[in-house]
Design a protein. Structure first.
Length: 189
């Protein structure tokens, strides 16, 4: 059995909601072993923001979308680091000392934004998969969608790296802001 973060994308938004409903049924029939599931939209604003439209915690722990693992991934995508990587993923990052660290922290998040493209809605599922056939049958054969499976532990490590990098970026921005304010105050005197 392998724990996976599974990203599903579809041509039509309604198919993501249909898959959400059908996966609840497959869970009830014990054909899948889900932990969390969310319908996610890549908002069409040009800044690579994602929002959770519907969320389900299969474990009964009553996690909210925001406090869930999926919520943390979406939070990084929509936070300062996500915006920074979305806007400046080229030469600006390449010029920084932490470019390698930023690029490594980006890979899972790149998967998400490449699979659920801007203006589209997809589905994210965390599940233990003994048998991938029920999910493949539903998503690929019945709904015509695509599936990307990522190893949960790899995503968890990248999430931790992204949180660390995000903290460094916030600290650097705060330090630069404070220094700028000090410089401006000393110029006024």
């Amino acid at each position: 059995m392998s724990r996976r973060v599974i990203i599903m994308n579809f041509k039509v938004e309604s198919q993501a909601y249909q898959a959400f409903s059908e996966l609840k049924r497959l869970y009830a029939e014990r054909q899948i072993k889900g932990e969390q599931m969310a319908v996610v939209t890549h908002v069409n604003t040009g800044v690579h923001q994602f929002k959770i439209n519907d969320f389900l915690d299969f474990t009964g722990n009553d996690r909210t979308a925001k406090s869930s693992f999926i919520g943390m991934v979406i939070g990084i995508l929509g936070g300062p680091l996500g915006i920074l990587l979305g806007w400046f993923a080229g030469s600006m990052i390449g010029a920084t000392q932490d470019a390698k660290e930023l690029r490594n922290a980006q890979s899972v998040f790149e998967h998400m934004s490449n699979k659920i493209t801007e203006g589209h809605t997809g589905l994210v599922l965390i599940a233990d998969e003994d048998d991938n056939r029920p999910l493949n049958q539903l998503v690929m054969n019945e709904l015509g969608g695509e599936i990307t499976r990522l190893v949960y532990e790899d995503v968890e490590q990248e999430l931790d790296k992204a949180k660390t990098v995000e903290k460094k970026v916030k600290d650097a921005a705060n330090n630069a802001w404070t220094e700028n304010a000090k410089d401006n105050n000393s110029d006024d005197q």
